[in-house]
Design a protein. Sequence first.
Length: 374
Amino acid sequence: MSGSLAMARSAPDATPSPVERPLGPSGRRVLTAADYVAADGALRLRTDEASRYADAAPCTLFTQPAWLRAYEAGALLIVEAQPGRDAPRLVFTRAKGGLIHQGRLARIDETMVSTLADRLMAKAGAGFVVFEDVELATPLPRGPRRFVFHYQNNWRLPLSDSAAQVPPKVVANTKRCLRNLARDNPGVAIRFEAGPQRSVLDAITAFGRIRIEGQGRRYGIDDSETVRLTAVASKVGHASILTMGDTILAADLICLSGDQAYFLTHGYDPGYPTSSLGKITLINSIEACRARGIVDFNLMWGDMPYKAQVGATCIPLQTVVTRRSRLGLIRPGQLATVLHFARLDLKRRLRPAIHRLRARIAERRAAAVRGSGR
């Protein structure tokens, strides 16, 4: 058996902390309008094409040039930081008459939403601006020209904080599962490698499809999405891969961007239900990222119990649509955008009631079966 699951000590946070750098709920850098808007209201704007765009320090994974190219972002509007401000570029695309911020999971404050959005609408001729799935430093109220939606969370595990460790009991149980698996199956090994091949992604999606469709749900990664993820993985991807000989038993796809890790997807062989294959690769990924100096391990959206079990914190994400005027909703493109996010928000609000209803139906069916003597 190769590989180790012993959690390493935290790597130091090498990120500078200049004056006037406010902190958000996660304790990391929050971007403000002052980073991008000059005192006279001027912006540093330029355009580029995703096919040739380059950026050595992207804001998040979703503004990585490899990501923008894989998802065919097309024409980009770039907002450069003001001179002397230690802030990443902002990347926007145009859609339906508006500007869509591509930096999902960025940490921003209210001034970014209001001041910057207003300046962009005036300078770039957009009818509205969308900041999708961002972490806001403080709760943001709705307004006459602003819609605020919440339909998913990010689960973040800080790796630079010595107090934020995967619970020792979880690590011990996972190590025991790996030892037992290796004892019963000679040739078991685990590794963390850069630039995973298409075969690894194919194994992940095959296992994921079995698990999700077995629960009666639709699996969201089709062949075209696998092609895109493979393209991204070849540039910024890593994978924890658990194998037995040449056979993949489980794997994670992790993308690294700056000091952040993004847990995109995983899959494991359902033929080993008591071996915690998914937990083995996840803990290995966390350990490998900590050893590389990663500051935050983002487990992303999806409120699965295992994320809390490994010590991650739930970070609510908000999507904000700022419109130029109240009358903007009469434009089909803007209305379609607002309705899209409103549907996702409503679906989240209704989910607990739907789960309770399904549980009651299942209980009644079980009671009917018992009553019939079957």
